[in-house]
Design a binder for this molecule. Structure first.
Ligand SMILES: Nc1ncnc2c1ncn2[C@@H]1O[C@H](COP(=O)(O)O)[C@@H](O)[C@H]1O
Ligand code: 2PH
Length: 171
């Protein structure tokens, strides 16, 4: 991928999913959003409510999940690097797949881009199956077209079981 500075990249809209099930998840997730919003080339557009969700994967505590939309002036690969760096800053340790974590930041959508490289796939390949992603995403971006299916987020939401996703009271 060519080297492009933040200033040279065209403004784009992106959606990022946040999740945590270790520590004080709400404080961690709010701080991660603040870190994102203070990053050069990123403007926070919208933030969903937080949802308490049953873990998908091995037995582990419930997650807190949410989504943000961003205006970004960078390439998708640069945004991924920023997300991975923030996860590390917050003490993320990679262990088992789908295991518990302090902070998970997934790049869901980047305008209408489809990216399929070894270290980055956009749209996030499992987002369409995940109520813990689609419920908060539908709050902030109901009409965004997921470019692989061609369906808007609010339509994709109708296809998943949302019974394990609960709005956190006192958001
Ligand atoms: N769309 C993506 N968002 C985040 N991470 C991605 C994406 N596509 C590929 N990856 C790779 O997945 C791991 C991070 O996995 P998590 O367990 O979800 O943190 C990382 O190596 C990315 O290169
Ligand atoms: N309720 C809930 N369950 C989850 C959550 C989550 O945020 N909420 N994240 C996971 C993600 O696991 P991982 O990032 O290892 O895999 P991925 O590459 O499929 O996103 C696995 N299970």
């Amino acid at each position: 991928m060519p080297t492009v500075s933040y200033a040279e990249a065209e403004p784009r809209r992106s959606a990022v999913a946040l999740g945590s099930n270790i520590g004080d998840s709400q404080i961690i997730l709010e701080a991660a959003i603040e870190t994102l919003a203070q990053t050069p080339g990123i403007v926070l557009e919208a933030k969903s409510n937080w949802y308490q969700t049953k873990a998908v994967g091995p037995p582990q505590p419930d997650y807190l999940n949410g989504c943000v939309t961003l205006q970004v002036e960078m390439l998708p690969q640069q945004l991924l690097e920023i997300l991975l760096r923030i996860e590390q800053q917050f003490g993320r340790v990679r262990q088992e797949r789908w295991g518990p974590r302090i902070l998970d930041l997934d790049l869901l959508l980047f305008d209408d881009f489809i990216v399929d490289t070894p270290n980055l796939q956009i749209p996030h390949p499992r987002m369409r199956d995940r109520a813990f992603v689609l419920v908060p995403l539908a709050e902030v971006a109901p009409d965004w077209i997921e470019p692989v299916s061609g369906c808007v987020i609010k339509e994709l939401l109708k296809e998943v079981d949302c019974s394990d996703v609960h709005l956190l009271m006192g958001n």
